[in-house]
Ligand binder design. Structure first.
Ligand code: HEM
Length: 394
């Protein structure tokens, strides 16, 4: 295994193995260096459940104001829910939450089923298909655009920009100009839409964000654009990536899959176990605001710290047989959606969309196999997903 930090430490955030299979590296870090300093990239990484969970709760020590994306996009820090601390974060979150109510999510069931049925018609006729392009992202992007009230002239163009925005360039050990430009394109697109909604309100999330009020306070136009950008990025990428990983878990565990096909009520517990076993949101960034000492290492104010949710979820100290995928586990307290003040605002929507879309999928495609010897993985410091998931039915 490569070593970026000297000695025998296998951790290198920009090595492709972090995307394809980070779990052996996480296990090494948890056992040998639970508070690990990467000298090359100048960041700490926390991997044990207790440490990551405490750090996620302790926003006064682990601040988000310098951004929560590991390779932050210029101009984003301080303007989104994920990159602010209380009290500003509380205000933004309350306003966004007011716009993002459960009843708005449940209205999506009909449209999800329509999209699923249309996709399944094509998939079943072909027998071989790409689950990412033809199912998960097809559903998540169209649902998200509908929820936000965004025009769907070219949904795949929006998806391409989102995927680029969350990608990193391994050779640059960070983002390149094209990736930063992609986020600029998204922000500009959303800015135009916010202006339109100001002139002509509609029944959609952008209008609700523009109209949401708490104690007479509203979001500014920039806050609406940046909050919408978070929804678009999370709703399209985190969600479709998670659905891809979930489908892969079901492929790899045929016994669990067959039990779910026979009893679809098992889907929700299986989704929860996949969020623990294999979350799409693997690592997020914080910046230390004060000193923090654990396991003989001291993090200093100003230091960059990565909270490895994906590693914490595989910690044997918290989850016995953590490397076993077990749909009967009930993994209470998993960090697949993060924790503390920044706990995922879209968690209910993510569970709901995955449940509805996968229930329909399994009813038409109960048996499938991966039709490639090797999967390619997206290159990202935060997220995890196969680029494509070629499946053959049967
Ligand atoms: C299974 C899919 C998803 C996963 C695994 C996921 C995961 C996460 C995680 C780990 C965080 C915490 C980030 C941090 O610690 O800095 C987060 C935050 C967030 N997520 Fe999700 N997410 C998913 C889907 C969604 C969806 C569908 C939406 C909305 C459309 C969404 C909206 C948000 C927002 C707005 C935040 C920021 C919350 C805050 O900082 O207060 N997520 N998500």
């Amino acid at each position: 295994m490569p070593s970026a930090d000297g000695n025998d430490c296998p951790y290198d955030l920009y090595h492709p193995s972090i995307d394809s299979d980070p779990f052996p590296i996480y296990a090494w870090l948890r056992d040998h260096a639970p508070v690990h300093w990467s000298e090359r990239d100048k960041h700490w990484i926390l991997t044990r459940y207790d440490d990551v969970s405490q750090a996620a709760q302790d926003w006064e020590t682990f601040s988000s104001t310098s951004g929560n994306l590991v390779d932050e996009i210029p101009g984003r820090a301080g303007a989104t829910l994920g990159s602010t601390d209380p009290p500003r974060h509380d205000r933004l979150r309350a306003l966004a939450q007011a716009a993002f109510m459960k009843k708005n999510i449940e209205h999506l069931e009909g449209p999800i089923l329509q999209l699923a049925d249309a996709a399944l018609e094509r998939i079943v006729a072909k027998g071989r298909f790409d689950f990412v392009a033809e199912y998960s992202s097809e559903i998540t992007i169209n649902i998200l655009l509908k929820l936000m009230g965004l025009p769907a002239k070219d949904p795949q163009e929006i998806r391409r920009k989102v995927v680029l925005s969350i990608s990193t360039d391994k050779s640059a050990r960070g983002r390149n100009a094209e990736q930063i430009e992609a986020f600029g394109w998204l922000a500009k697109f959303l800015d135009t839409e916010v202006n339109e909604r100001r002139k002509a309100p509609s029944d959609d999330l952008i209008t609700r964000l523009a109209e949401a009020q708490i104690d007479g306070e509203r979001l500014t136009d920039r806050e609406i654009v940046m909050t919408s950008a978070t929804f678009v990025m999370a709703g399209i990428e985190s969600l479709s990536s998670f659905m891809n990983l979930f489908a892969l878990n079901l492929h790899d565990h045929p016994e669990a899959r067959r039990r779910i096909v026979a009893n679809p009520a098992l889907l929700l517990p299986a989704i929860e176990e996949s969020l623990r076993f294999n979350t799409s949101a693997q690592r997020f960034k914080r910046t230390a605001a004060r000193e923090w000492t654990r396991h003989g290492r001291t993090i200093k104010p100003g230091d960059t710290v990565l909270l490895a949710y994906g590693a914490a979820n595989r910690d044997e100290r918290k989850f016995p047989n953590a490397h076993v995928y077990d749909i009967d586990r009930k993994p209470t307290g998993h960090l697949g959606f993060g924790g503390g003040k920044h706990f995922c605002l879209g968690s209910q929507m993510a569970r709901f969309v995955t449940d509805v879309a996968m229930r329909r999928f399994l009813s038409r495609v109960p048996e499938f196999r991966v039709a490639t010897p090797k999967l390619d993985w997206i290159s990202s410091s935060n997220f995890r997903s196969p680029v494509a998931l070629p499946f053959e039915i049967g």
